[in-house]
Design a protein around this ligand. Structure first.
Ligand code: NAD
Ligand code: MG
Length: 397
């Protein structure tokens, strides 16, 4: 076998989450020769310390500063530096790793992801919210710095693998597949009464709580439509969503000549992470094999717009442009968090997002300021305030 040109120095942002854990597991199983220079987590100090003792990074960062004493205690005598806070997370992202896994959840991932891009690293992007809120700036920053953004989201990884950039003009459609989430077969009435436990029960994957709820509302697919539009410079009307419960085909590219290219794999996030790690090479590791015979029939259906209004809300935000996607994302983060706290009901989530966008449209300027990132930040803060008002109104009703 030839020698692969793999990154050596890597950092993992959000190392204790579902994607972070899968990333370190892939490294372990592939037996790659890497130096992990930084690991960061939000609040899971026990798991972060455990990972740090295994991977011996230069620095381990916990975002929640109140947990720093515990992290220091757990890493005492190890020689591993411990830090805390948002700036320390961004500093890890900006350090001299060649490859940075961006796997923080939510808007909180934007600043560190931008820092990694500015430093010229190859950014393996799981944190879709940063693309949704500041996609063009993030991609431009990476390009100017001589780095790259490689999608980890399985749908975008699929498209990235089968879309030949030289043929972009000849692409007629991108087809994003979706599991349909836990409420694929539910009635709208069942969804109205859905419990938190039902909404969290994703059919094929164990993921973080936020993306699990996004999958149940299909806002996850809405975010992914925006993500695809930015990553592949595709207008919204040429991006389609198909429900494909088996999650074997991860997405497709339809060319103008009538040929459609699909990427297939088992429902597992490690292959797309491996792809982002070794690109343009291919990593050899004991990957789970796709068995199409036991996978059973592959089925497809259109998503039901009445059950999943989040999809059209996202398409409208993309079409509106400017800061609308950032406002939508912020409202969704607040609505999901209110649902996780059992303060609103399941179908209130898309209502909070729609109502927030409507109120903001009346009161705020959703157009782009000169500094797109700063304006995304302002929009994010403003939309959070409005969404919290909407949640408050709902919770009081
Ligand atoms: P998760 O909740 O399991 O993990 C999130 C990680 O971010 C954890 O390490 C957490 O400690 C850290 N974190 C949380 N808040 C933080 C903050 N304010 N500052 C710094 N760190 C913070 O989430 P996940 O399922 O691993 O998803 C991570 C990202 O990847 C999300 O954007 C998600 O949409 C995307 N994604 C996930 C999957 C999946 O299969 N889980 C698939 C595709 C895309
Ligand atoms: Mg996805």
């Amino acid at each position: 076998m030839g020698t692969l040109n793999l990154p050596r120095k890597v950092s993992v942002l959000g190392s204790t989450g579902s994607i972070g854990v899968s990333t370190l597991d892939l490294f372990e199983q592939a037996g790659v020769d890497i130096e992990v220079i930084g690991l960061t987590a939000g609040r899971n100090v026990a798991r972060l310390a455990e990972q740090a003792l295994r991977w011996r990074p230069q620095v381990a960062v916990i975002q929640d500063e109140s947990l720093l004493p515990e992290l220091r205690e757990r890493l005492k005598g190890s020689g591993i530096r411990s830090e805390a806070g948002d700036q320390a997370v961004a500093d890890v992202a900006a350090a001299d790793a060649q490859w940075v896994m961006s796997a923080i959840v939510g808007f909180a991932g934007l600043a560190p992801t931008l820092a990694a891009a500015r430093a010229g690293a190859v950014v393996a992007l799981a944190n879709k919210e940063s693309l949704v809120c500041a996609g063009p700036s993030l991609l431009r920053t990476a390009k100017l710095a001589g780095g790259a953004v490689i999608p980890v989201d399985s749908e975008h990884s699929a498209i990235f693998q089968v879309l030949d950039p030289a043929l972009a003009e000849s692409v007629s459609r991108l087809i994003l597949t979706s599991s349909g989430g836990p409420f694929r077969n539910a009635t709208r009435e069942e969804m109205a009464n859905a419990t938190l436990e039902q909404a969290l029960a994703h059919p094929n994957f164990s993921m973080g709580a936020k993306i699990s709820i996004d999958s149940a509302t299909m806002m996850n697919k809405g975010l992914e439509v925006i993500e695809a539009a930015y990553l592949f410079s595709m207008p919204p009307e040429r991006i389609e969503v198909l429900v494909h419960p088996q999650q074997i085909i991860h997405s497709m590219v339809e060319y103008a000549d009538g040929s459609t290219l699909a990427q297939l794999g088992p429902p597992d996030m490690r292959p797309p992470i491996a792809c982002a790690f070794a690109w343009p090479d291919r990593l050899s590791w004991p990957a789970p094999k796709l068995d199409l015979v036991t996978a059973g029939p592959l089925t497809f259906q259109h998503p039901d717009p009445a059950k999943f209004p989040a999809l059209s809300i996202a398409k409208q935000a993309l079409q509106a442009g400017g800061q609308a996607p950032a406002a939508m994302n912020a409202a969704n983060e607040r609505a999901v968090s209110a649902f996780l706290d059992r303060r609103i009901r399941f179908l209130d989530i898309p209502n909070v997002v729609a109502e927030t966008l409507e109120r903001m449209d009346r009161t705020a300027d959703l157009s782009t300021l000169n500094d797109a990132v700063e304006s995304a930040r302002q929009t994010d803060a403003a939309a959070r305030r409005v969404a919290d008002e909407v949640v408050g109104d709902l919770a009081a009703a």
